[in-house]
Design a protein around this ligand. Sequence first.
Ligand SMILES: Cc1cc2nc3c(=O)[nH]c(=O)nc-3n(C[C@H](O)[C@H](O)[C@H](O)COP(=O)(O)OP(=O)(O)OC[C@H]3O[C@@H](n4cnc5c(N)ncnc54)[C@H](O)[C@@H]3O)c2cc1C
Length: 372
Amino acid sequence: MPKPKIVIVGAGPSGSACALALARRGQTEVLLLDKSSYPRIKVCGSGLSPLSLSVLDHLEIRDRFSPKALRMPKLLARGPGGQEIYLSGAKGAWVLPRIDFDQGMVEAAQQAGATFQQETKVTDLLRGSDGQICGIRTASGEIEADMVVCANGSPARFSRDPTPHTGIRTIMGWWKDTRQPDGQGTMVWDRRLDGYYAWAFPEPGGVTNIGLTIPEGAPETKTLKALFETILEEHFGEVVRDAQLVGKWMGHPAVVTTKVSDTIAEARVMDIGEAARLVSPGTVEGISFALESGVLAADAIGRHFTREQGLSRVGRGLYRTRTRARMLPKFWAGHGFVQLMRSERARSLTSKVFNPQWLASRASTLLGEQPD
Ligand SMILES: Cc1cc2nc3c(=O)[nH]c(=O)nc-3n(C[C@H](O)[C@H](O)[C@H](O)COP(=O)(O)OP(=O)(O)OC[C@H]3O[C@@H](n4cnc5c(N)ncnc54)[C@H](O)[C@@H]3O)c2cc1C
């Protein structure tokens, strides 16, 4: 009997982690597709939080990335009132440019037995006469599948989730020879960013990536480039003085959520990573949730999938429940943090928000780090 065929759309961290975990199980044929040509650049701060690193440990692949990663053991968090806190922790975070990280993840999946096909843009999901997903359409033809896993990131164009979502706008650039302190990240919660933040993360090779996140509806999004110029000047002027911009500023939309829809798991289609909107509203951190959801989806498929029935009711429930249990508390904490950062009233009502210790403990929960 041929093995069931699983087609994964998108080779970001979620798709590759799912492909890797499925291929290791050896029960299915795994085809990983991406529209881009690899290695490819991805608009991202490229910060691997302690949570991301723990998923790489679970997959036993952290070592392969170690030589190319820059350790970021310190983080400077600046609050809306200008107060500053240094966070540091034994766990630490890494910065690993996505061009290297995503390429390495794809290679790990291939080595485990998955097939990778790049430059293949999926234009549609195909449904059979029974209404169930039975494959995908690409510019060069159709591909049949027993299960399609959507890992195509944001915007989640194949999502069946009807609930409204919160969109986040971003803009960022890369600078060489900055004065960003060694091994230190900076996150700035500026009032104009409506509860969100700007950051500077040092990358390997003397490069620093600097960017901002802001909710779609915020008034300042209308003049995003001008806002970025102002933020750069006010918060990172010293950092980029005499530095050279590498390439152009870039942006990519992100989607955050405080809910996980039932539609992330159906009999013949699943959503993982940002295609399932699994991104923290507090920090727009999504790599750990992408990796983790890829592993959880592979586990549900491995244990509860048959060619005849697809993913059983138990399997669907398992993926939804485990995803919710592991991620929603972090998303809710992140959402609460944004509301407090955003609200002038809350800030004036509670002096706690201005208290550096309070900010430190909140930020450390979000970032998985300890205040100094
Ligand atoms: C500016 C910015 C900064 C960020 N910084 C961080 C950070 O520092 N740390 C962190 O943890 N998170 C960060 N995030 C969030 C993080 O980038 C995402 O959550 C994460 O990449 C999601 O992984 P994914 O695998 O779900 O999707 P993606 O990484 O987006 O991968 C999706 C893949 O699908 C492919 N694809 C899309 N459509 C199709 C199609 N139709 N056919 C075939 N292939 C397709 C794309 O080419 C892409 O390779 C940031 C996001 C932004 C926008």
